[in-house]
Design a protein around this ligand. Sequence first.
Ligand code: GLV
Length: 321
Amino acid sequence: MWRVEKKKGWMMALVIVAPELDPSPWTAALQAVDPDLDIRVWPNHGDKRDIEFAITWNHPAGELLQYPNLRCIASLGAGVDHLLRDRSLPKGIRVTRLVHPLQTLRMTQYVLMAVLNHHRSFERYRERQAERRWSQEEIVTCSDEVNVGIMGLGNFGVDAAAKLTQIGFHVLGWSRTEKRIERVQTFFGDDQLNAFLSQTDILVCLLPLTPKTTDILNRHTFEKLRPGAYVINVARGEHLVEEDLLDALDRKHLSGACLDVFRAEPLPPNHPFWHHPRITVTPHIAVGDHPSLVASQIVENYQRMKANKVLLNQVDLKKGY
Ligand code: GLV
């Protein structure tokens, strides 16, 4: 029998509002942590007054205003831009995001793979393999002469930077506010952006998406990079001005790009990125879903919310991450 929690005459329930996701693995993972949870799945939320905790991914704008007793919103991802773009988000509600070492590990694996694929010319070798052509490319630079510039020095950026230095790259990092990281040359703020870009051969975007970082990967940014630079975007599609990337590739100022995120997802079949010879496309898989690993974090926050305690990984709504 389920324990039914009642408060002021209504039940206490959680709702999953994630129209694009299959909710079953999430419901199962949450109930594996606490079988007594009353979990509803949008749009079958039952009495809206029951809902105190919403678990969301790309919810329909305005939906969260519908729950008069909502106290907390949990993002089903590391990012919260999908939540904060809803201008009608209820005021005064705490928002949390997911942070897990496995997410960081997966992100770092992706970044290393993309950097090394480019640095060791794997794309070119695949083309030559298709032609059965045995042709050895000169390794023109040692990796310690190649500067990898990471934009965004949160959990993901710091871990990727550390691993890249371990395999011999010189790593630069740029963030909004000043950060000091061992063996990484750091830059911060608008004033130091150009100095950072002008020394970068491989640019990795790991920034949160905020009004300040939207469209940051644009023609001006690309112009400042070293000639022949390579761009890896593993943050959000809205960071990239797509026409500016295509233009910089056409002009050969950039040598290529590896993109995991796009302004429209799924990437439309007729999008020029699909068949561009210098662009590698992956379908937003850098981190992936991991309900069974993060469910306990969501349930812990639900319990903390009920006990009026500090929440794990609460988002600073002013900063937007
Ligand atoms: C994925 O993109 C996430 O925000 O976790």
